[in-house]
Design a protein around this ligand. Structure first.
Ligand code: FUC
Length: 797
């Protein structure tokens, strides 16, 4: 390690307003996914994205395929999903639930669904196809994805010529760039084509060097069991444009393809757009004109496009570096490392998995775009699983758990924009379905910002909006960004509080917790209970709702105090909070999921909603609420370690919060070995991206936890990560953390921020003050170096 270096302050820390720690040197592990074969299946192809355009790169030697998406291409059109007949049935539905007539209640709830009761699907856009005229055998094939640069590459040799392809999705220039080079001039002869699974599209060659795809989403009837709605009218228009620029050689038209002959190098640019303007309207202006503007991009050198892209990406990506131990398996292809993750000691693979989550978040979610959906940005199917939309009883929220702790706060902008829209559509649903003020969101939404209950009677879960509002409050807790609290979070929280206060119902005499307040109808997402030998889902005051509303009311009161606003409403919210039923411990020692200690229809159900207060909530902690923490542990034991990809990710975070690093690590290994596809995408199954984000957030939670008082360093470090270092993780209170550990214990840490806080690690704790403008250095005993007599170093030097 080199001697002392002064801390260099960097700007650009955006809403955290933090001086960043010194830019670290490259992490030891090459942050690369790599493969020895081309992708045969879509789930082997490598994802690229700029938050709007997505590409899956197959890397075929003679036939290359880039499967392409545009984030606003969805089925259907603007519509009102509300059902005006729901409101008059609500009192009867509540009576049926309180009197235990659940089957009848669920029948009635079936008549109170949104209209239609199925939402619209995200759509595939098109495929860019290259056919190479390669003569001779192929050797030295390799394809990879550099997480360090967000560039995919394919290299191979044919007949003594070495070929290289690089592909990236530029946020700066809003294009996908494919660059072909070789070590001998004139080596590139290929055709370039576009096609699409969308019916009725038109493909034209423009000017001998461009391809233009245009079309409109056609009416469609989708099967009921696909969880995807149908539509009768043509929908969004779309246009995709490809431009080929050859150096040397020629480009000419060949049918509806381009033919490149004997070029030294080729740059292929793709851009696409749809007529989506917002959830209420399509644009009627020309789509094609702006797309052809890409001719401006074409005149720029491919190297200039590449460096602008890498610079933009690294500004976000390099904020966090993680090293969990030696990368001894770097020469093994990534698909094999994933397969062997259950048995091989491979700490660097966990670090790669963490950084892949951060990579995917940057690729899927950038300001101005749509939030990451169930598949992020990447979908090749006309009827994607669950419509590839936004499920809001866990999945959408999980997609963003990584954003604050992983120092990618601006990737949440599309989520905040979505929530702004949902306050409008959800305000209408609150009024039409419940006769309430404020706004409501149930368990699902789509690009048209549906908020009514959908899918089935179990769609009557009224706290999706409360959860999203709390996610905004969490961002405030991390960033301490008062303007964000005032302008964005507070209105969402206020509306969610208003809706809750207007719809909470006093539990009638004769029922458990009579006189207290309940959400009704509701469910514990998407689980069923057994009462009197019958299976039911609808209920009142499920534990998750109590936790969500209790956190919402408490944080709203805090926010009101911070902003000096809404005394009366916050007093009302505080009073309601005290009237919510308590969290209960059931007969098996578990945290009770429902208001009564019912039997469980599916004891290993994937959702563990009632542990919300353990994670992402912060109410249950081993130190603060030891009995509830023990009950949460018992719940996890009873639920078991299985589950879908996202369920495992959630369980890793739960075990981290219970401070059991080895148990968290065992689940992480299982998530990587059993719930991860060859391209490192999470699988439910099938592919669903939430587990990638949740898994990465859970890794951060194993290394650093925080609350309003302070931070805990290495709270759940597994024995397998005996040594390591991390740079740039964020904690609540606007703190950035850099630390290094050996033999399972903290060696040193550096904090930046601007506050007094408690720092804990192992059984030690210290009260420290971090001042803006300089990092605070601590040794393994949490002493600052002056007192400890050590000198200042940057652990990445
Ligand atoms: C919820 C989950 C499913 C799946 C779907 C998209 O309904 O229960 O497991 O993740 O969302």
């Amino acid at each position: 390690m080199k001697p002392t270096r002064r801390v260099v302050l960097q700007g650009g820390a955006a809403s955290f307003g933090l001086p960043l720690l010194p830019a670290a040197a490259q992490s030891d592990a090459p942050l690369t996914l790599w493969y020895a074969q081309e992708a045969k299946e879509w789930t082997e192809a490598l994802p690229l994205g700029n938050g709007r355009l997505g590409a899956m790169v197959f890397g075929g030697v003679t036939e290359e395929r880039l499967q392409l998406n545009e984030a606003t291409l969805w089925g259907g059109g603007p519509r009102d999903y509300n059902n005006p007949s729901a409101r008059e049935k609500l009192p009867r539905l509540r009576e049926l639930i309180f009197s235990g007539h659940i089957a009848e209640a669920e029948r009635l709830a079936g008549e109170m669904m949104g209209a239609p009761a199925l939402l619209m699907p995200y759509q595939p856009f098109c495929d860019l196809r290259l056919s190479f005229d390669h003569k001779g055998g192929v050797s030295d094939y390799r394809r990879g994805l550099s997480l360090d640069e967000a560039v995919a590459d394919v290299t191979y040799a044919v007949g003594g010529t070495r070929f290289k392809r690089e592909v990236f999705a530029s946020y700066t220039d809003q294009v996908i760039v494919l660059r072909l080079t070789a070590d001998r001039p004139g080596s590139h002869t290929l055709t370039i084509g576009l096609d699409t699974p969308q019916p009725g599209a038109d493909i034209k060659v423009l000017g001998g060097h461009g391809l233009l795809l245009t079309g409109r989403i056609q009416p469609r009837q989708n099967p009921r069991n696909s969880w995807v709605g149908s539509w009768d009218e043509p929908g969004l228009r779309y246009a995709g444009y490809v431009r080929a620029v050859a150096e040397g050689g020629q480009v000419a038209r060949q049918g509806n393809r381009l033919h490149v002959v004997a070029a030294d190098a080729v740059t292929i640019l793709f851009s696409g757009a749809t007529s989506f303007r917002n959830y209420r309207e399509y644009s009627t202006t020309d789509l094609v004109g702006p797309l052809l503007q890409m001719d401006n991009v074409r005149s720029r050198d491919a190297g200039v496009l590449r460096s602008a892209h890498v610079h933009d990406y690294q500004t976000l990506f390099h904020r966090v570096r993680l090293d969990l131990g030696p990368d001894t398996r770097r020469d093994i292809p990534t698909n094999r490392r994933i397969m062997e993750a259950a048995t091989a000691a491979d700490p660097a693979l966990a670090a790669l998995y963490f950084q892949f989550g951060r990579y995917l978040l940057i690729a899927a979610s950038r300001p101005g775009g749509q939030p990451a959906n169930l598949q992020g940005l990447w979908n090749d199917r006309m009827v994607p699983p669950w419509g590839s939309k936004w499920t809001t009883n866990i999945n959408l929220q999980m997609n963003y758990w990584l954003a604050d702790c992983g120092a990618l706060w601006e990737t949440q902008e599309p989520l905040w924009d979505l929530i702004a829209d949902l306050q409008v559509t959800g305000g209408e649903t609150a009024r039409v379905h419940y006769g309430a003020d404020g706004w409501v969101l149930h368990h699902n939404t789509d690009i048209w910002r549906a908020t009514a209950p959908v899918d089935g009677a179990w769609g009557h879960w009224p706290t999706g909006g409360a959860w999203l509002a709390l996610q905004m409050w969490e961002h405030y807790r991390y960033s301490c960004d008062r303007a964000f609290l005032q302008n964005r979070a507070y209105p969402a929280m206020r509306g969610a509080v208003r809706f809750a206060l207007d719809t909470l119902v006093k539990i009638p005499e004769g029922k458990p917790h009579a006189g207290r307040l309940a959400t009704v109808p509701s469910i514990s997402p998407e689980n069923s209970y057994l009462a009197n030998a019958a299976r039911g889902q609808l209920t009142y005051a499920p534990t998750m709702d109590i936790e969500l509303l209790s956190a919402l009311f408490a944080s709203f009161a805090k926010a009101s105090r911070i902003l000096g606003q809404d005394d009366a409403l916050s007093t009302e919210a505080e009073a309601a909070r005290r009237l919510l039923p308590p969290l209960q411990i059931g007969a098996r020692g578990q945290l009770q999921e429902w208001i009564e200690d019912y039997g469980e229809a599916e004891p290993e159900h994937r959702h563990v909603s009632h542990l919300w207060a353990l994670y992402p909530g912060t109410h249950i902690t081993p130190a603060g609420t030891p009995q509830l923490a023990a009950a949460a542990r018992r719940t996890l034991e009873l639920r078991g370690d299985g589950g879908t990809g996202w369920a495992k990710a959630w369980k890793i975070a739960f075990w981290a919060r219970l401070l059991d690093g080895d148990r968290a690590y065992a689940l992480l290994k299982s998530q990587i070995a059993e719930s991860t596809l060859p391209n490192m995408f999470d699988t439910h199954p099938p592919f669903q991206i939430d587990g990638n984000f949740g898994g990465a957030a859970a890794i951060a939670e194993m290394l650093l936890q925080s609350d309003d008082e302070g931070i805990t360093l290495l709270p759940a470090l597994p024995r397998a990560w005996n040594q390591g270092r991390v740079y740039g993780l964020r904690a609540r209170g606007g703190i950035a953390v850099e630390m290094e550990w050996r033999d399972g214990a903290l060696l040193r840490a550096a904090l930046t921020g601007d506050r007094t806080l408690t720092v804990r690690t192992g059984d030690r704790s210290a009260r420290v003050t971090v001042k803006r403008g300089a990092a605070l250095h601590l040794d393994g005993q949490l002493r600052s170096p002056a007192r400890a007599g050590t000198h200042e170093t940057n652990i990445y030097d």
